[in-house]
Structure formats: structure tokens, C-alpha cells
Design a protein around this ligand. Structure first.
Ligand SMILES: [Zn+2]
Length: 345
């Protein structure tokens, strides 16, 4: 699918092609409902802008990591004339990252928040374990640390049965930011503790964010799915997925066809009062939908700083090649709706 609105709008880092995202949103072949399982909708104002864009791209429900104190106001802001906010958004329990440097944020306060989120009806909890978490707290972000194990057990005891996790990070980061392997471990090191937890909490559905942290190596991810029937993935992080899955779109399509119900659509849109920007949010939907369901072969509209980080000879405004996987039919409906429906029940 070739965009029909190239160079019709001002160029910015979320729109290097000058697309009219509103017009392009109408042109996708899939017109059914979509669930976005992975967003960060921070505030009422950003929720209102987000909600308008989500609707343009067919998203009927979003699952968001939102600060505990904001979930009532964000729920209300998500209401439309015909639908209540509570039908359109559901929350994932998260620590208070705004207080990242205060003692207790990732230990005692986090345990307290998990309980409060649960009281508000929250069913999903996120255990973020990116290597860079170790810069925030030496111990809490290791998947196998005593602090982490205590929080996972509490989540289980509180009745959470959907755990989202972020294990790993892009290969580009292990090649640049994470060269201190003593501190961060290798990429392969990240997954062993996760595998143990997948076995230990086998009656919990675990969602591995960002294609299980490994869109670069879908054979590895397939092994994880095969070994752990309680493990599913989300497609979130538009720049990362566009850059890596576009290197093997046929492999990505075959992967989704082989694993119905196990790949959930997600974007990782971060919406807050500092980034109220139509193109920013819309670019994530346009890029991921183009990657998943079309046969587009061209540039991604989003500036990807990892390209010049890995190869400093490249322009800082470089964008990745974007090549659509052309997923269709039941496999597509599963990614967009069926898989999330099954997980959410
Ligand atoms: Zn995220």
C-alpha cells in the first residue's frame, strides 16, 4: 500500500514523509476492531487526544500503564458520547516512575501500589526488567532478585493472573549502551530468570512486551513460545519493531500464522502533557499497522536514533526501511483482536 498523502503535511520527527495520518488511517484494508494491549496514557488531556487518534485507527480498547493517582481522571477522559471510559481503557499496575529516585519506589511503595491498583479492579501487573533499570535500582530490576520475587509473589497472592514483562532490549543497545556486561549482562543472560518464572507461575499468562524483547531473532522467540504455553507477546515499540521486523517480513508473517492467539497488537504509545502531538501518537499506529498488514516497501516515517547510534556516519534524522508483512485473514484478526480478547477474557 503506497500512501496517497506523501509530503502533504509539515515534516517532523514522527512524520518524515509528510503524511496526512488522518487520511491514511482510512485506507487500511482491515476495518475490524483492534485492542492495543500496551500503552502509557498519562493524563486526562493526553487521553483525550490519544482517544481521538485511537478511534481513527480502529482501536476500540486500550490497556495502559498509568500512574495510580491518575487512573480515575484518565478513565473519565476516555469517555465518549456513546461509550464510557471504563469500556475503552483498562490499566496495568506499575510503580511510580515519577519518584524513581526516592527510596521505596521500587520496593515498599511498589508493593503498596500493587494492592491499591488491585482494589481499583486492575487485573494486569507489569514487571519491567530492562537492563537500564539497574541504573535506577541495583537489585529490584533483576528478574530473579529477592525484591522482584517478593513483588511477583504478592501480585500472585493478590489475584493478578496476567503479568506483563519487559525482558531484554534492542540488539542495537547491547552493542552500544550496554557494553558493560558485568553490570547489564548479555542479551541472552536476560531470559534465563524469565524462563524459570514462566515455569514457576505456570497458571499466569505472561505477556512478553516488544515481541518478547527479541524481534531480531524470531527463532529464539519461537523456542520461548514452544517451551512455555503460558507465554504470549506484544508487538509494541514501533521504531524497534519497524526496524527489525522489516528485515524479515516473511518470517514475521509466518511466525504470526504459526502462533495464533499468542501475538497481541500493542504500540507502546507514551502520551502525556509534555508530548501532546497528533503526529506522534498517530505515527505509531500508522507504522505498526503498515508493518503488520500491508505490503508497503519504503521508509518508516519515524526518525530512529538507533540507526545513527550504531553507525555514526548516518544522519541523525535517519529512518528505518519499513517493509510490510502483509498478514491477512484469521492470523491478522488474531493479532489485532482475538489474542487480546482471549487473554483479557
Ligand atoms: Zn511500554
Amino acid at each position: 500500500m503506497t500512501p496517497t498523502t506523501l509530503n502533504q503535511k509539515p515534516i517532523n520527527d514522527a512524520n518524515r514523509l509528510g503524511l496526512d495520518y488522518r487520511a491514511e488511517a482510512e485506507r487500511f484494508a482491515y476495518t475490524g476492531p483492534i485492542i492495543d494491549i500496551h500503552t502509557h496514557i498519562g493524563t486526562p488531556d493526553s487521553a483525550r487526544l490519544y482517544s481521538e487518534i485511537a478511534e481513527l485507527f480502529g482501536v476500540v480498547k486500550t490497556v495502559s500503564m498509568t500512574k495510580l493517582e491518575n487512573i480515575d481522571a484518565v478513565t473519565e477522559a476516555m469517555s465518549t458520547e456513546d461509550r464510557l471510559g471504563a469500556d475503552r481503557i483498562e490499566f496495568i499496575a506499575v510503580p511510580n516512575y515519577e519518584a524513581a529516585h526516592e527510596p521505596g519506589t521500587f520496593t515498599t511503595d511498589w508493593l503498596y501500589r500493587m494492592e491499591k491498583f488491585r482494589e481499583k479492579g486492575c487485573r494486569i501487573v507489569k514487571f519491567w526488567a530492562a537492563p537500564r533499570g539497574r541504573d535506577l535500582h541495583d537489585e529490584a530490576f533483576h528478574m530473579d532478585s529477592p525484591t522482584r520475587k517478593e513483588s511477583i509473589q504478592l501480585a500472585y497472592d493478590l489475584g493478578y493472573r496476567i503479568f506483563m514483562t519487559h525482558v531484554g532490549d534492542p540488539d542495537t543497545w547491547f552493542a552500544t549502551k550496554y557494553t558493560d556486561a558485568r553490570k547489564y549482562g548479555t542479551k541472552a543472560d536476560q531470559f534465563k530468570p524469565l524462563e524459570d518464572l514462566l515455569d514457576e507461575y505456570h497458571d499466569v499468562t505472561w505477556i512478553g512486551a516488544h515481541m518478547g524483547g527479541s524481534p531480531e531473532d524470531l527463532d529464539f522467540v519461537q523456542g520461548m513460545l514452544d517451551r512455555h504455553p503460558n507465554y504470549v507477546l506484544d508487538t509494541s515499540a514501533a521504531k524497534w519493531q519497524a526496524r527489525e521486523l522489516s528485515k524479515h517480513p516473511d518470517r514475521f508473517r509466518a511466525f504470526c500464522e504459526r502462533n495464533p492467539g499468542r501475538v497481541l497488537f500493542g504500540t507502546d504509545i507514551v502520551a502525556n502533557d509534555k508530548n501532546l502531538d497528533f503526529d506522534l501518537y498517530a505515527s505509531r499506529y500508522w507504522t505498526l499497522r503498515t508493518l503488520i498488514e500491508t505490503n508497503y516497501d519504503g521508509q518508516s516515517p519515524i526518525v530512529d536514533p538507533d540507526l545513527s547510534m550504531v553507525d555514526p556516519s548516518l544522519d541523525e534524522k535517519s529512518t528505518a526501511d519499513l517493509r510490510g508483512a502483509g498478514i491477512r485473514g484469521e492470523a491478522l484478526a488474531s493479532v489485532y483482536l482475538g489474542a487480546a480478547d482471549k487473554v483479557l477474557g
